[in-house]
Design a protein around this ligand. Structure first.
Ligand SMILES: Nc1ncnc2c1ncn2[C@@H]1O[C@H](COP(=O)(O)OP(=O)(O)OP(=O)(O)O)[C@@H](O)[C@H]1O
Ligand SMILES: [Mg+2]
Length: 411
């Protein structure tokens, strides 16, 4: 079983490349699903399917070729089927802040609910062994990061906050119905979250296992797009996912000689050279700009051939997990790949049995293995695109240290 995420900035070609990869995998005999995680679905448009058909099949699996299915998860339908009480609590929350009821309900698509619904399906398909390859056509970068952070965030919430919050609510509820004007969640809300947690259990390990899950970053040879690709690469590493390829899409072909494109060609060539330096040793693939939109099965197949040639899309092209613990003369060293990051942008501290690492606006709780959980972060540095945290056992010291992250190896 393989799970492959195609992520990148808005409009770079994620949906076209996901669809083309699905067709190529299916042609090779893999039972394949391409699922759209982007609430602004355009997968069926890429396959040039009738709108009526997709409306009729909303949210379901649609067979589009031999061995190939697509699914556009319908989040409103998912909420009304499974998560009504979570949804109504959030709607109520928004309502107290003075919003009209109908508007509040529209806004109450629980943060990350689209992503949660897709994750639930992925986990179900993995458990039921329904497909050999599941391709996820992700929303633009920010939302896809939210998608991959859900399993670890939910795990953290359930183990650290959930029980306490539930106990407080059950104690306080008989006395007051709201707390500083905010309604208290009903017991059903907690039951639903518990159910959600149970249904999602295991997905965090699947996503962090490079043998199963890898991310392919789609980019264009332009400065602004590449900057975002670099940031995405860093954050996927932070969340423990392995990027196994970077795809440069929409490269102007050699044959284009019109003067209008001269400056574009020079710019593209410059950035294409840099991409290899930036992302090495992760492989970089190139896809030309086609003469027209990539619509319908025939054009998508052509895109698939340009992308993979005779290679297998389901193969793992790079499988080094982004982080590991190593024992070094009595200490434990956490190595976390964090390219394109400067020391001053990284913050870290230990809280109980986890290490909290913050990079820019993103935060990751890394659960420490038992043997490391009693160690304290002694020092940290960023070097050659890697964050190294030295964890040292210190029996005498109970308080938590927060080392400053240095940009070179500590003495
Ligand atoms: N190599 C290519 N040559 C020509 N057109 C392309 C190529 N790749 C993608 N396109 C076209 O560019 C447009 C945007 O592509 P696509 O929808 O795949 O991007 P996306 O990254 O999924 O966008 P969004 O972020 O909106 O989901 C589509 O019209 C698609 O047909
Ligand atoms: Mg898309």
């Amino acid at each position: 079983m393989r799970i492959i995420l195609y992520s990148g900035k808005g409009g770079v070609g994620k949906t076209s490349i996901s669809a083309a990869s699905g067709l190529e995998a299916a042609r090779r005999g893999y039972k394949t699903l391409v699922m759209s995680v982007d609430p602004a679905h355009s997968l069926s448009d890429a396959f040039d399917l009738e709108k009526d058909l997709m409306d009729h099949e909303a949210g379901r699996l649609v067979n589009v070729a031999k061995n190939l299915w697509i699914q556009e998860v319908d989040v409103l339908e998912e909420i009304s089927r499974h998560w009504n009480s979570v949804y109504s609590y959030v709607a109520a929350l928004l309502n107290v802040s003075g919003l009209e009821q109908t508007l509040a309900e529209e806004l109450a698509i629980f943060p990350g609910m689209e992503e949660v619904s897709s994750l639930l399906y992925v986990n179900q398909y993995v458990r039921e062994k329904s497909f050999d390859v599941v391709i996820l056509d992700c929303a633009p970068t920010g939302e896809s990061l939210r998608f991959v952070s859900i399993p670890t965030t939910l795990e953290w919430y359930m183990s650290k906050i959930f029980k306490l919050e539930r106990r407080v609510a059950s104690v306080v509820r008989p006395m007051v119905h709201s707390f500083v004007g905010v309604p208290l969640p009903e017991e059903q809300y907690f039951k639903n979250l518990e159910e959600l947690h149970r249904k999602l259990s295991g997905i965090d390990k699947l996503m962090a296992d490079p043998k199963i899950t890898t991310v392919r970053l789609v980019t264009n040879p332009e400065k602004v797009v590449l900057k975002e690709t670099q940031r995405a690469f860093t954050y996927f590493c932070l969340y423990g996912l392995t990027v196994d390829a970077v795809i440069i899409n929409r490269i102007l072909p050699e044959a284009v000689s019109d003067q209008f494109f001269t400056a574009w060609k020079t710019t593209q060539e410059r950035w294409i050279r840099r991409v290899e330096e930036f992302f090495s040793p992760v492989p970089v693939w190139r896809v030309p700009m086609f003469r027209d939109e990539v619509l319908g099965v025939e054009r998508l197949k052509r895109l698939g051939r340009a992308l993979y040639g005779s290679s297998d899309p389901a193969k793992r092209y790079f499988d080094q997990a982004p982080y590991s613990f190593r024992k070094v003369s009595g200490d434990y060293h956490l190595h976390l790949r964090l390219p394109f990051v400067q020391a001053e942008h990284v913050d870290l501290y230990k809280k109980l049995d986890e290490l909290v690492i913050r990079v820019g606006g993103y935060k990751r709780h890394i659960a420490l293995p038992q043997r490391v959980a009693h160690c304290e972060p002694e020092s940290a540095c960023v070097k050659d695109g890697e964050l190294v945290v030295v964890m040292r056992r210190n029996n005498a010291q109970r308080e938590t240290k927060q080392p400053k992250v240095a940009s070179r190896t500590p003495e």
